[in-house]
Design a protein around this ligand. Structure first.
Ligand SMILES: Nc1nc2c(ncn2[C@@H]2O[C@H](COP(=O)(O)OP(=O)(O)OP(=O)(O)O)[C@@H](O)[C@H]2O)c(=O)[nH]1
Ligand SMILES: [Mg+2]
Length: 240
C-alpha cells in the first residue's frame, strides 16, 4: 500500500469500557456515540458495540470502536477475550457508590493480566461518572449527583497516580466532559497532544433551561441558575 493510500485509510481504535454494573458505562457510550441519555436502567448482558468517528488535531480522522462490557462479566470466562487487543480502556465508577470504586482494582487487574505479555499496554483512563468538573464548577452547580458523592476526589487522584491513569470527571446525564474523555484516550494512544482549547471544543453541550431571573420566585432557584451559567461558560476537563 502506498503512503497516500495509507493516509486516507481511517484508523480504528478499540476502546473498552469496564466497571461495575450500573456505574453508567452504557450511558457514557450512548452519550458519546448518539448524544442521548436515558434514565431507565437496562443491564447489559455480555457486551454491546458502538462506533463513532472523531477528528483529532492535525486532521487525523479516527473511528472508535467502543466495546461496552456488562458489569456482570467480572470473574466470567469471556472478559479476557473482550479486553484483548484494546488500545484504550475507560475504567468507570459511580461517585455515589463506593463499592464501584473499590472494585476497580479487580477490573484493572484483569486489564494488566490480559496484556501481561503484550508489547504495549492499553491507555487506561479513570472515569468518575455522575459527577461534575471541579475546575469548571468549583462550588458545584448541582447539575448531577455531586451532593451524593461517597468517593472523595483525593482517593480518585491517588488511584490515578499509583496506576499511571489519566483522570476524568464526567456526567453521562449532562454530557459534561464525556467527548473529551474518549478523545483524550484516543489521542494518547496515537501520541497526539491535545491543547486546552481543543479539549474545551470537544466538550458536550450542557442543555440549560432559560430562566427569567426577574420572574424566578425564590433565591434558591436564582442561585442554581447562576451556578449553572457559571459552569456553562468554562467547561474545562480536569486532566492530570
Ligand atoms: N444521575 C446520573 N445517572 C446516570 C448517569 N449515567 C448513568 N446513569 C444512570 O445509572 C443507571 C445505570 O446506567 P447504565 O449506563 O445502564 O450502567 P452500566 O454501567 O452500563 O450497567 P451494566 O450494563 O449493568 O454494566 C441508569 O439508570 C442511568 O440512567 C449520570 O451521569 N448521572
Ligand atoms: Mg450497560
Amino acid at each position: 500500500m502506498s503512503d497516500s493510500e495509507e493516509e486516507t485509510q481511517d484508523k480504528q481504535l478499540k476502546i473498552v469500557i469496564l466497571g461495575d454494573g450500573a456505574s453508567g458505562k452504557t450511558s457514557l457510550a450512548t452519550r458519546f456515540a448518539q448524544e442521548a441519555f436515558g434514565k431507565q436502567y437496562k443491564q447489559t448482558v455480555g457486551l454491546d458495540f458502538f462506533l463513532k468517528r472523531i477528528t483529532l488535531p492535525g486532521n487525523v480522522s479516527v473511528t472508535l470502536q467502543v466495546w461496552d462490557i456488562g458489569g456482570q462479566t467480572l470473574g466470567g470466562k469471556m472478559l479476557d477475550k473482550y479486553i484483548y487487543g484494546a488500545h484504550g480502556v475507560l475504567l468507570v465508577y459511580d461517585i455515589t457508590n463506593y463499592q464501584s470504586f473499590e472494585d476497580l482494582e479487580d477490573w484493572l487487574g484483569m486489564v494488566r493480566k490480559v496484556n501481561e505479555e503484550a508489547e504495549r499496554q492499553p491507555n487506561v483512563a479513570l472515569v468518575a461518572n455522575k459527577s461534575e468538573d471541579a475546575v469548571a464548577c468549583p462550588r458545584g452547580a448541582g447539575v448531577d449527583l455531586e451532593h451524593m458523592r461517597t468517593v472523595k476526589a483525593d482517593k480518585h487522584s491517588r488511584f490515578c497516580q499509583e496506576n499511571g491513569l489519566s483522570s476524568h470527571f464526567v456526567s453521562a446525564k449532562t454530557g459534561d466532559s464525556v467527548a473529551v474523555c474518549f478523545q483524550r484516550v484516543a489521542a494518547d494512544t496515537l501520541g497526539i497532544k491535545l491543547n486546552k482549547a481543543e479539549m474545551e471544543q470537544s466538550q458536550g453541550v450542557l442543555k440549560a433551561e432559560l430562566v427569567d431571573y426577574r420572574e424566578a420566585s425564590g433565591l434558591r432557584e436564582y442561585r442554581a441558575a447562576a451556578a449553572a451559567a457559571r459552569c456553562d461558560k468554562s467547561s474545562v476537563c480536569s486532566v492530570q
